[in-house]
Design a protein around this ligand. Structure first.
Ligand code: SF4
Length: 271
């Protein structure tokens, strides 16, 4: 792992994401090495030639510039790294930003795949509006190891949700990205519904360079599914995903599960 400390102009930037007005990324790169990581595009903007997952820049900043219009805005931590990756233990860059945000009237949302988030529970309690999300797309830790080799285990992430709930911190589970035929959302919900405030669902997007990596894994490890994956992604997935979306909505309604859908809406609407 190549670790560098780099001076940063800002770690809080305006966002075009539909769910966030601003995003915080205190690191460039991410050691979790998820094979489907769309954040790999950051290499282009930061002059990195290394493999994604093999480098991390620790952003040094003296002062966090807070935009004037930040009141009541949605802040997402983080969008292109994991804010609680293992380097956060030593460098505390995410924590530093949270120490500033806790005094501002905004809606802070954290999203992670790391058990390290539990370190900051007492800090979360000082926020007026905060929610902590955990991403998980399987209850099978062998599959998890293949797709998210350096992130926390399935049990560790479930424990994060349980612990947050025990401390009355609003939590949610992001079932993302959903791998066709492999992400058993019902099993995940069954395991976690007693201590999870709501669920988000997002399809596996294979638009970028990681398409090859994901399809290669399916071919090697889940060969019986390979032809279905090829078919789904050759047709852009709209038919498959719109069917699954309807199924999830019905399941959530029937079982009184709070949910939000993040499937590719523009394409599905066109149908
Ligand atoms: S945790 Fe998020 S940013 Fe990090 S490698 Fe995985 S998908 Fe990418």
């Amino acid at each position: 792992m190549i670790v560098k400390e780099v001076q940063a102009k800002s770690v809080l930037t305006k966002s075009k994401l539909p769910v966030a007005d601003y995003v915080v990324n205190a690191y460039t790169g991410c050691p979790h090495k998820c094979i489907y990581c769309y954040a790999e595009f950051m290499k282009r903007f930061t002059n990195h030639n290394e493999e994604w997952g093999e480098f991390i820049d620790i952003k040094l900043f003296d002062k966090i510039r807070i935009p004037k219009d930040i009141e009541n805005k949605n802040i997402t931590i983080s969008s292109v790294t994991d804010p609680y990756n293992q380097y956060e233990i030593k460098y505390e860059k995410t924590k530093h930003v949270l120490e500033v945000l806790k005094n501002i009237n905004c809606n802070t949302g954290i999203l992670t795949k790391s058990k390290n988030v539990l370190r900051d529970i007492e800090l979360f309690k000082q926020f007026k509006h905060i929610e902590v999300g955990v991403s998980l797309n399987t209850v099978d830790d062998n599959f998890r190891k293949l797709i998210e080799p350096a992130a926390s285990t399935v049990e560790e992430r479930i424990n994060v949700l349980k612990t947050l709930k025990a401390h009355n911190i609003k939590n949610w589970m992001f079932i993302s990205p959903m791998f066709p035929f492999l992400s058993d959302y019902k099993k995940i919900i069954e395991r976690t519904k007693d201590f999870t405030d709501y669920y988000g669902f997002e399809n596996l997007n294979l638009r970028a360079g990681y398409k090859f990596r994901v399809l290669k894994l399916i071919e090697l490890k889940y060969n019986n599914l390979y032809k279905y994956y090829k078919d789904i992604y050759a047709k852009d997935g709209v038919f498959f995903w719109s069917g699954l979306e309807k199924e999830i909505i019905t399941y959530c309604k029937d079982n009184n599960i709070n949910y939000k859908m993040y499937f590719y809406h523009e394409k599905i609407k066109k149908k």
